[in-house]
Design a protein around this ligand. Structure first.
Ligand code: PRX
Length: 655
């Protein structure tokens, strides 16, 4: 279909009905909403019964001390047993759990019974290294099977993991290790990225050196992936092959309380310090598994699922590691980038493994759109039956392109709204039920209460906009911010009595469908990843050339938003050559390459209100080349002229 035809289709505001054959055999039908509405707790209680329990729960929800929830009270289970062992016990040991595809082209097929052996070995090995129930383990790995195995091994022994995205810097790793006092880091020599080995272990060494005597790390367990040389500290470093490989495959999983901590995932908030979002065991697993089954209509006997997220993000936790394995899925795990060694790599993998369910992010779809429809057209994608989208709203053009060129004009698209904090899908179409509108996440998942409210916390009418809130507790909700209950209450529960404030703007259309409008706080969304303006500002002002900095997210055709930084230089830095490149690299080093500003604008002043608050709205106008909006509340109203007149040094060397 031509680009023009796609644009026309996207503008038609049409809805896409579920295909009749899919609707007829879908796991959940339209009556699921009424069933869940009739008794929300009974609905989630039934979903929890899909799991294997060591001891049954006696109460679905204890909400006597909001916002601190307890789900499936009195129950005990082991998350890893649910994700691995029970499938083997059910006779599915030979079923493929992971089709691993390395970027250089190496592959590994891991069945559920092999996964059980490897997870058990890893559990024995980390126990041998002194990890006990409740100890924290940091995981800093590329997308290789050991990442999944390490997470499940931690779950098996009840040691909460904190996975740090491999693209994050040593500083980001150090602050997370310090905040959750991780005793062990599991890493690798490196991984493959864009056709080359990319080292990881040096960042771990730097992080430990940076923490110095305060380092809580007792051991570093290193997977050999690239075979490149690594510096070795024999006091703490151990090779995975040597300790895990040599361990016994016998391991008896202990049953833990439903509320036993499962993991801490750090995410950006509105301050410089990332928040450690705590998820616990039974409620999280119930919702991750149930939504995986319902939203993707997963059929364990025939489906092959692939989620392109990294395990370092919540999507990788819920929809690679926990949800799919709890449901006994067969999935593809791919190490690399979509364009290595060629731009058809993803589609080649889909054709080769017969992928039926595919989950990715709008930014990736827009990138593929730029590369052109002839690339996917060279591959047989007819196995696909449901496509998913996550991370930001999918713009109608990308939606229609995805459906036409990847989904053969047939497949439903599930645009899933959720967050690190929510743990699992919250607002999404259901593929066999919903008449979907491109660009809308449609309606709350069954058993979830979502609403759009105004400033006073009153629900808005159809056709109106406001703030997205969650009105009822849900099983996979965050339980707190690690070590900071006050910040948890303040950030999410203080704005309106009894409601969880998600931080997103939203509107209801004339039929009540929900359209997400982006963040209403100082959080940006770059390629579906959350970045805080304050965190990048702190990184910038830590550079000796910078006196002051203000960061905004500006609209970007590919990444959704892009980081644009306005900086005031120190006198001493006025003659430094190529200060922009310096600053961009500095941010990459402090936080990670994803946080690198697209543009650095050197300005003489920043627009501030009389109380000193930076008016980012005005800077966003500049960054998006718009006429500057109302500047009357500025302390000095001439500042915006100074800024726009003086912007000669702007660079835009994207890489
Ligand atoms: O702004 C929303 C956006 O991503 C934020 C959550 O980011 P994070 O915790 O990193 O989790 C990303 C993966 C779940 C939300 O507050 N967001 C996520 N999915 C969507 C979305 N915005 C619109 N539509 C979506 N489908």
């Amino acid at each position: 279909m031509s680009d023009q035809a796609i644009s026309n289709l996207a503008r038609e505001e049409r809805t896409f009905e579920p295909p009749a054959d899919l609707a007829a055999q879908a796991n959940v039908k339209a009556d699921i909403y009424a069933e869940a509405d009739a008794d929300r707790q009974a609905f989630w209680g039934k979903a929890a019964e899909r799991l294997a329990w060591g001891e049954p729960f006696t109460e679905v929800l204890d909400w006597s001390n909001p916002p601190f929830a307890k789900w499936f009270v009195g129950g005990k289970l082991n998350v890893a047993y649910n994700c691995v062992d029970r499938h083997v016990e059910n006779g599915l040991g030979d079923k493929v759990a992971l089709h691993f595809v390395g970027e250089p082209g190496d592959t590994r097929t891991i069945t559920y019974s092999q996964l059980k052996d490897e997870v058990s070995q890893a559990a024995n090995a980390i126990t041998e290294l002194g990890i006990e129930t409740g100890d924290r383990v940091a995981i800093y790995l590329p997308m290789i099977p050991e990442a999944v195995i390490a997470m499940l091994a931690c779950a098996r022994v009840g040691a909460p993991h904190t996975v740090v995205f491999g693209g994050f810097s040593s500083d980001a790793l150090a602050s997370r290790v310090e905040d959750c006092e991780a005793k062990l880091i599991i890493t690798s020599d490196g991984g493959y990225r864009r056709g080359k080995p990319s080292a990881l272990k040096p960042a771990v060494d730097e992080a430990i050196a940076k923490l110095g005597d305060a380092s809580p790390v007792e051991n570093v367990l290193v997977v050999k992936r690239t075979g490149e040389d690594v510096a070795w500290n024999s006091d703490i470093d151990v090779w995975w092959d040597e300790v895990v490989g040599e361990s016994s495959t016998d391991h008896t999983p202990e049953m833990f309380d439903s509320e036993h901590p499962l993991y801490v995932m750090y995410t950006s908030g509105t301050t410089g310090k990332p928040k450690g979002i705590l998820h616990t065991s039974a409620g999280y697993l119930t919702q991750a598994a149930y939504t995986f089954w319902a939203t993707f209509d997963h059929k364990p006997d025939t489906d092959v699922y692939w989620c392109t997220a990294d395990v370092g993000w919540v999507t990788g936790h819920s929809y690679i590691v926990y949800g799919p394995t709890a449901e006994g899925a067969t999935q593809v795990l791919y190490e690399g980038t979509p364009d290595t060694p060629h731009k058809g790599r993803w589609w080649e993998i889909i054709a080769e493994y017969g992928v039926t369910l595919f989950y990715t992010a709008p930014t990736a779809i827009r990138t593929c759109m730029k590369w052109g429809e002839q690339i996917p057209a060279e591959h047989d994608l007819s196995s696909l039956r449901v496509l998913g989208s996550v991370g930001e709203s999918i713009n109608p053009e990308a939606y229609v392109w995805y459906r036409e060129n990847i989904g053969g004009g047939q497949t439903p698209i599930v645009d899933t709204w959720w967050q690190t904090e929510t743990g699992a899908h919250m607002i999404t179409p259901l593929p066999g039920v919903t008449s979907a509108k491109p660009g809308s996440a449609m309606t709350a998942f069954p058993g979830i209460g979502a609403e759009v409210v105004d400033d006073a916390g009153k629900p808005v009418g159809n056709g109106e906009g406001g703030y997205l809130v969650i009105t009822e507790p849900w099983p996979s909700m965050l339980r707190t911010i690690w070590g900071d209950d006050e910040r948890f209450k303040e950030t999410y529960w203080s704005r309106w009595e009894g409601m969880y404030f998600a931080g997103d703007g939203a509107k209801k259309d004339d039929t009540g469908a929900i359209w997400l409008l982006g963040r209403v706080d100082d959080v940006m969304n770059v390629s579906g990843h959350r970045l805080s303006t304050t965190e990048i500002e702190s990184a910038l002002v830590s550079h000796p050339s910078v006196a002051e900095a203000a960061v905004v997210g500006a609209a970007d055709d590919t990444t959704g938003q892009a980081v644009v930084a306005f900086v005031i230089l120190r006198e001493s830095a006025k003659d430094v050559e190529d200060v922009s490149a310096d600053l961009r690299n500095h941010v990459a080093k402090e936080i990670g390459p994803i946080a690198k500003p697209r543009q650095i604008m050197v300005v003489p002043e920043l627009p501030k209100t009389r109380s000193g608050k930076i008016m980012r709205r005005l800077l966003r106008d500049v960054a998006e080349n718009r006429e500057v909006g109302d500047a009357t509340t500025l302390a000095d109203s001439s500042v915006m002229d100074l800024i726009t007149d003086g912007l000669k040094d702007a660079t835009s060397d994207e890489d």
